[in-house]
Design a protein around this ligand. Structure first.
Ligand code: SF4
Length: 383
């Protein structure tokens, strides 16, 4: 009870300081709206689950808008790779996948299956695992050709690279390398919003805490410097997010634009150097397709030539996507791309909670616990 009271007291202090800076900014321009982008699906979850948007609204902070960014790897993985995984499953390859990837709808059904769940219902051997290591342990019990659908951001990459470097991966298990890198995506998102503004540009960013444990606070410095906006690396408690908003507004009120690490209990400026070195040894940085959005330069990881023997795409003869072969891959009327770029809210989508629901998702943002549409649907709106 004491801990709860302390947390509540901190929340009240943070709200007071957010209101103070909001008033200072309002005194300069009454009509300007400061958009703060939360870049991680878990931050959006915190904001919606704990009702932080309405908390700010009730405190009279009406010139700050919290918008969600592309912080869900499942939402931005091209449909092509889901389709290829379904195809492999129906051809007898054991497919290992995370639970939320299992239900992601592909744009084009493959032999009647639109998801890996449907492929399993049609007889495919699709197994849900928590990690690559879990898949390795399971694959060691059999000798069937297998592929792990390696979706994720920087946080999962060291698990893939270390397993390869330590020689843990059995020869019949291959990795579909689908890791996406967040700093280039943040750059791209801010550029797109700046070039084609729907209303106000992004004034500050809450940078992802988990990713930053690997890449460090330093990864966001180019963003803060190029766009001249504050970037705060935050944890996932409601007070972490409020602290980040307070610091962003403080910097805006003082005309500053720097990276601040609020999540000091897990993140350092340099990040995890050992993990960074492991990733660099096994993977190279490549241009990568983001579902509904397109190619973002240097935003993905591919296995280096020395480690190609582990590559599921190469082993199973699946041509990789290129800017020439990638096609816009969201269903008609699905606004996942705009939602991921902070240009629309889930409620702007005509399908939200009508044709598209967590039980019957149409677009990828309605599936994962980190998908903005799924979060808004489960907690009844934007919080
Ligand atoms: Fe796409 Fe469904 Fe979200 Fe609409 S509600 S943007 S269809 S995921």
């Amino acid at each position: 009870e004491l801990a709860f009271r302390r947390k509540t007291a901190v929340t009240s202090t943070l709200i007071r300081s957010i209101r103070k800076y909001s008033e200072e900014l309002k005194a300069r321009d009454r009509d300007y709206v400061y958009k703060v982008m939360d870049f991680c699906g878990t931050h959006e979850w915190t904001i919606v689950h704990f009702g932080l948007r309405s908390l700010l609204g009730k405190a009279g902070v009406d010139n700050v808008e919290l918008v969600a960014g592309p912080g869900c790897p499942v939402c931005v993985t091209p449909s092509y790779y889901i389709e290829q995984s379904i195809k492999l499953a129906l051809e007898g390859v054991v497919i290992y996948t995370y639970g939320d990837v299992f239900k992601v709808p592909a744009l084009r059904p493959v032999k009647g299956a639109r998801t890996l769940a449907e492929a399993r219902a049609l007889g495919g051997d699709v197994r849900i695992v928590h990690s690559f290591l879990h898949a390795i342990m399971d694959a060691r019990r059999h000798n069937k050709p297998s592929a792990f659908v390696g979706i994720g951001f920087e946080t999962v990459a060291p698990g893939y690279s270390e397993a390869i470097l330590k020689g843990l991966v059995p020869g019949h298990l291959k990795l579909m390398p689908l890791v996406k890198l967040t700093p280039p995506a943040m750059f791209y998102t801010l550029e797109v919003v700046r070039e084609k503004p729907t209303d106000f540009p992004i004034s500050g960013v809450i940078a992802p805490g988990h990713v930053s444990t690997i890449v460090g606070g330093k990864a966001w410095r180019p963003v803060a410097e190029h766009f001249e906006i504050p970037v705060v690396v935050a944890g996932f408690e409601p007070n972490d997010v409020l602290m980040a908003v307070a610091e962003i507004l403080r910097q805006l009120a003082r005309g500053e634009h720097k990276v601040v690490i609020e999540y000091t209990r897990a993140v350092t400026w340099e990040g995890d150097l050992k993990a960074q070195s492991s990733i660099r040894t096994v993977f190279e940085t490549v241009d990568s397709a983001w579902r509904g959005i397109g190619y973002i330069p240097k935003s993905g990881l591919a296995l280096r030539d020395e480690f190609k023997e582990h590559d599921a795409l190469e082993y199973f003869g699946i041509p990789d996507l290129t800017p020439e072969t990638w096609r816009y891959d969201l269903p008609a009327n699905c606004k996942c791309a705009e939602v991921n770029l902070g240009k629309a809210k889930p409620t702007d989508c005509p399908l939200f909670m009508k044709a598209c629901t967590p039980d019957r998702p149409i677009g990828p943002c309605m599936v994962s616990v980190e998908g903005t549409c799924a979060i808004w649907a489960r907690f009844g709106g934007g919080g």
